[in-house]
Design a protein around this ligand. Structure first.
Ligand code: PLP
Length: 395
């Protein structure tokens, strides 16, 4: 009954989700307060108050036929205009509503872009470790994901191997900064170097390579770190954005893509992407939450909450003897396992009621991802357990 494409997916059903289910089972046995679930990237900071207010005001003030009805497949014009203006103000760009398409979160945005540009057999490069769904998304359109191995020194992309892996089949590259799972922000030098490799290779091969910048964590950067705005560095860039993390609206399924005028065949790409949005079944992004994000276009989440979590967890784990780089963004810590058995390390964590995601799920074995978008109290309560895990290896 099940298609050949779906069969392997059933077998490899997400380790992250599996861990989450495991957490629910353990909570039922040991009590929720005694289980330290760091598996999911579901923001624990509530959406800003203005989102609730905006929804109430929209329902009271706006025409319900318009609010709840179909609109252009690309989304409401005034919503796209407000977001374009906001981007221009913050990043010195010159986008209009005609560069933006509202999407059903970043997951759908990436699918729209891949459906728009991929032919069967085309290659899409990405840098390990990476958000594991990229593989499924690329396979949706019969493309092949080509993985550049991780640079475990600082988790900036491995550009030498990247250049070597670009071929005439390379159609796109997906980057994600601030990064899930490492929390690393790619520096401006990295982006410039990556862009110049893409320009050189496109010219040599006579192809257009699209740089897909997957940015659900763009606003989550700490210590004043600047996240470079990618369209400024490479003309064939498509931005994929989401409000899932930046405004804690993961369940609302809202984001957008930006297709700049400078990109090759920009108008055709835009039209094809709006059709892709429709024919993949989304038709358009959800209308009420589109209108709400327009009213909250300047709103930000309180990242000091994540920052406090980051500092407590990072400083404590370092003190207990764990190895990890201090993340500059997102809400993940990517920690080297103790010992050399990743599955065994995760089992020991589980024994101490800690749930983390194995690095293999991100194509970077030997590490675990800890999501610190949880309460500060959960982190405080979990620290003796992290210390106990370390003591099992350091004794
Ligand atoms: N890209 C990355 C790197 C993510 O971490 C996630 C979600 O965790 C997504 C895309 C999907 O986000 P959305 O909820 O906007 O579909």
């Amino acid at each position: 009954m099940i298609s050949e494409k779906m069969q392997p997916m059933i077998k490899n059903n997400s380790a992250i989700r599996a861990m989450f289910e495991e957490g629910k089972k353990m909570a039922a046995i040991y009590g929720a307060e005694n289980v330290y679930d760091f598996s999911l990237g579901n923001p624990n900071v509530p959406a800003p108050e203005c989102v609730k207010q905006a929804i109430v005001d929209i329902l009271n003030e706006e025409d319900p036929v318009m609010v709840h009805g179909y609109m252009s497949n690309t989304g409401f014009e005034d919503v796209r205009r407000a977001i374009a203006d906001n981007l221009n103000k913050r990043f010195g760009t010159t986008f209009s509503q005609d560069n933006l398409i509202m999407t059903v979160g970043a997951a759908s945005g990436i699918n729209v872009v891949l459906k728009t540009i991929l032919n069967p057999g085309d290659e899409v490069l990405t840098f390990a470790p990476f958000f594991v769904e990229y593989g499924s998304y690329v396979r949706n359109y019969d493309g092949n994901l080509v993985i550049v191995s991780p640079n475990t020194v600082d988790f900036q992309p491995n550009l030498k191997e990247f250049e070597e892996k670009i071929t005439e089949k390379t159609k796109a590259v997906i980057i994600n900064t601030p990064n899930n799972p490492t929390g690393v922000v790619y520096s401006q030098e990295t982006i410039e170097a990556l862009a110049s490799i893409l320009e050189k290779k496109s010219a040599q091969l006579g192809t257009d390579i699209v740089l897909i910048s997957d940015e659900p964590y763009r606003e989550l950067a700490y210590d004043g770190v600047k996240v470079p705005f990618i369209t400024k560095f490479y003309k064939n860039t498509i931005i994929v954005y989401s409000y899932s993390k930046s405004l804690s609206l993961a369940g609302e399924r809202i984001g957008y893509i930006v297709i700049p005028d400078e990109m090759t065949d920009s108008k055709d790409v835009y039209t094809a992407a709006s059709i892709a949005n429709r024919v993949m079944g989304s038709v358009n992004a959800p209308s009420l939450i589109q209108r709400a994000v327009m009213r909250c276009v300047d709103a930000t989440t309180d990242i000091s909450i994540y920052d406090k979590n980051r500092n407590l967890l990072y400083n404590s784990l370092k003190e207990y003897g764990y190895e990890c780089i201090k993340p500059e963004g997102a809400f993940y810590l990517f920690v080297k396992i103790m010992g050399d058995d990743e599955a065994g390390f995760c089992e020991i964590c589980k024994k101490h009621h800690i749930l983390v995601v194995p690095g293999s799920s991100f194509f970077c074995p030997g590490y675990v991802r800890i999501s610190y978008c949880v309460t500060y109290e959960q982190i405080e309560r979990s620290l003796p357990a992290f210390q106990a895990v370390a003591q099992e290896f350091l004794k």
